[in-house]
Design a protein around this ligand. Sequence first.
Ligand code: HEM
Length: 471
Amino acid sequence: LLGLAVLLLYARRTRRRNEPPLDKGMIPWLGHALEFGKDAAKFLTRMKQKHGDIFTVRAAGQYITVLLDSNCYDAVLSDVVSLDQTGYAQVLMKRIFSLNLPNHNPESEKKRAEMHFQGSALTQLCSSMQNNLQHLVTPSEMGLKVSEWKKDGLFHFCYSLLFKTGYLTVFGAEKNNSAALAEIYEEFRRFDKLLPKLARTTENKEEKQIASSAREKLWKWLTPSRLDRKPERQSWLGNYVQHLQDEGIDAETQRRAMLLQLWVTQGNSGPTAFWVLGYLLTHPEALRAVTEEIQGGKHLRPEEKQKNTPVFDSVLSETLRLTAAALITREVKQDKKICLSNGQEYQLRRGDRLCVFPFISPQMDPQIHQQPEMFQFDRFLNADGTEKKDFFKEGLRVKYPSVPWGTKDNLCPGRQFAISAIKELVFTILTRFDLELCDKNAKLPLVDPTRYGFGILQPAGDLEIRYRIRS
Ligand code: HEM
């Protein structure tokens, strides 16, 4: 009876004065949930065309206000009292990682990470990352003789290499067990592939079992006391484990939390490296420009090589513009008035959710970026070769042309490390390997549309390549 009453209450919801346009969809309670989950970008683009930069949709009993006016993201999200990010984060942690961390505070976690991913700690981390990558691309590690061609999928090639590099660097694993490293990557991928389904609780019985088994194995390997080297106290991971212990978190929960951190730190860089190299291989003029830039820096010391690379930086920004698709979600804790950049005010209702989706705007906004679906390697370059920062919408300068690392108060603390690792991988491959498409007319695979909302997109298929280590 109570369920019926709640259902009726929801069905009766109407738009109040000053609230955003309300679109409940045709199906009672479920509303737009199916379309939203199937392809969030397509659905939200359709809603934006229908309603504009702000609207409220119903999905699985929840009312979600979607805000797509990028010039006001920072101002709206800075109100951490009215807009809470912990509640929904807890739900996802439980669904995806089977993890209960009642005191988890994303803001303080980000502060902790920020301390460890900057300054001299960052320099040390980057140098360790470079050593680990150089080790992983030796002929013996790759199981390849010099000049011998090997075929692979580009996504698998990039993701496995960068995952292993990152795991060795951040989790301090020993280099000498490549079979174990390969096994950890394969289990991680089994789990990572199912992540959107786990988040939406749409996995079937068989998928549930695959995810559980992958998680079990990863938990076992990631148990802090079982790692090859116990995380050093002064490292980010060591500090995190210490924090969990200080909070009285039991050993089982600790190892589950390690998988969360494995995904946060290793789940996005590999896919980004894939898109960067995929775009380069399918856009010869971009590949030529990047190769020339790398050649120009050949004489520099290793630590200098990454510094002045405006062409590569533009390629990376353009790649992230096209593939960074995190959905930023908050719970509205109290009624709140928000102001769009055109001065119009709207009321958010307590109990609803607020979502910001920078992928649609600014990143794919045709008023900001001409032909937004096209890869243009020099989109973020001025005519004089410097970084282009000025982009406009309806005559007004936009604050950010792209938001891959999150909004102002929620920036990814690992972004410099991520950029450095992606750069190192791409430069290493372009200088130490011959890398070609198996079919020189091949196109990039389409995006897997279920991944909108979960960070960097992943392809629905792969791009066949052949590569060899140069003599
Ligand atoms: C959080 C993007 C790689 C560490 C975030 C957030 C974004 C993001 C958008 C904010 C999420 C939110 O608050 O809603 C990316 C992208 C990456 C990347 C696009 C690669 C291309 C990395 C790497 C590390 C890292 C390599 C560390 C080695 C973190 C941490 C958080 C975070 C610790 C905070 C998570 C929390 O709330 O506890 N990242 N990231 N990220 N990122 Fe990254």
